[in-house]
Ligand binder design. Structure first.
Ligand SMILES: NC(=O)c1ccc[n+]([C@@H]2O[C@H](COP(=O)([O-])OP(=O)(O)OC[C@H]3O[C@@H](n4cnc5c(N)ncnc54)[C@H](O)[C@@H]3O)[C@@H](O)[C@H]2O)c1
Length: 320
């Protein structure tokens, strides 16, 4: 007799711009067998599912449905894109506190279902909310991770490839730290076909002032989300692909190195904070943190990012 078939099930909480775009990217990829959407606004989830389902003849085989909390029980991955929007006059801190409460409630519901899923946090501020989620359930740290700086690293690779005129797939480049204003480029880990960029620049000789170009590229990475939001109100396609990349690494146990947000317990000399660092991602979520030795300027930048995040965490009324 054949063994019981276990569908690869991805539950997406939050059916807004990010959740729906990720669901679409995931359906096109064929990586999941079942895609479940949940939203406080059930009509929105229903509408997105109907719309997605009308493409069924054209995707690799997949099932869609609007879900509820019982779907957490047998999910492989739960991707949280749920978030409250800023109310008129509301401070960023008040919004953060509201979102932290939403995440705590969701994690309680997930834990109550006895879920063995990997939880992937996307809602912003993603590093703080990853910390909130991890602290609420106290699971092995690799099972509660954030999208971290995976999107920022992909923006960095794109901009480097544009600048250098080289295929983006030949560029390995990492943005580390907070997914936000204190993030920084780990130039010590950034290379083109194994050649560090400063050395490549001497081979290429294609730009007049590489040091100025470096600064412009990093500033552009940091400001990308602001620019896109100014143009169209939200970012969704790039992040949708970044989430697909992380989800694929988990579902297919790829052991991919991705700069996800994860709880540090002494790595890089830091603890009790979640931020984006290179980690091996497989079926268990984060399976190994690559605890590299950074040059002093990058180590200082990482510590600064950690300080910024700790400051935000301090303002949250987290239960002990
Ligand atoms: N980490 C990243 O790289 C990254 C990139 C882009 C956006 N984001 C973040 O992703 C989040 C979602 O962005 P968006 O543009 O899709 O926002 P959105 O407002 O379009 O969607 C959010 C959805 O969450 C739902 N929601 C709120 N509370 C809920 C709850 N308790 N349970 C279920 N659903 C709930 C809302 O009804 C809404 O449909 C935001 O926090 C945004 O800042 C993160």
């Amino acid at each position: 007799m054949s063994e019981k078939w276990i569908p690869r099930k991805v539950v997406i909480v939050g059916a807004g711009a990010v959740g729906a775009t990720f669901a679409y990217a995931l359906a096109l990829s064929g990586v999941a067998d079942e895609i479940v959407l949940l939203d406080l606004d059930r009509n929105l989830a229903q509408g997105q599912i109907l719309d997605l389902a009308h493409g069924l003849p054209f995707y690799p085989n997949v099932q869609f449905k609007v879900g509820d909390a019982s779907d957490y029980a047998n999910a492989h991955i739960i991707v949280i894109t749920a978030g409250a929007r800023q109310r008129p006059g509301e401070t960023r801190l008040a919004l953060l506190q509201r979102n932290a409460q939403i995440i705590e409630r969701l994690m309680d519901e997930i834990a109550a279902q006895g879920s063995q899923a990997v939880v992937l946090m996307v809602s912003n501020p993603v590093d703080v909310l990853t910390y909130v989620a991890q602290r609420r359930v106290n699971w092995p740290r690799g099972r509660v991770i954030g999208s971290g700086t995976v999107l920022d690293s992909s923006r960095f690779r794109y901009l480097l490839s544009q600048h250098c005129g080289v295929d983006v797939h030949n560029i390995h480049a990492y943005i580390l730290g907070e997914h936000g204003d204190s993030e920084f480029a780990a130039w010590s880990m950034t290379h083109l076909a194994g050649i560090h960029f400063d050395e490549y620049c001497q081979v290429c000789q294609g730009c007049e002032d590489w040091e100025a170009a470096k600064q412009e590229i990093v500033a552009e990475v940091r400001n990308s989300a602001y620019h896109i939001i100014d143009y169209k109100g939200a970012t969704n396609f790039g992040v949708g692909q970044a989430l697909l990349r992380i989800t694929s690494a988990i579902i297919r146990n790829e052991k991919s190195v991705l700069t996800v947000s994860t709880l540090l317990e002494g790595e890089y000399g830091l603890r009790d904070v979640c931020l984006g660092i290179p980690a091996v991602v497989g079926q268990g979520g984060v399976e190994l943190i690559l605890d590299a030795v950074l040059p002093p300027d990058e180590q200082a930048a990482l510590e600064h990012s950690a300080a910024v995040l700790r400051e935000a965490i301090q303002h949250l009324p987290l239960a002990d």
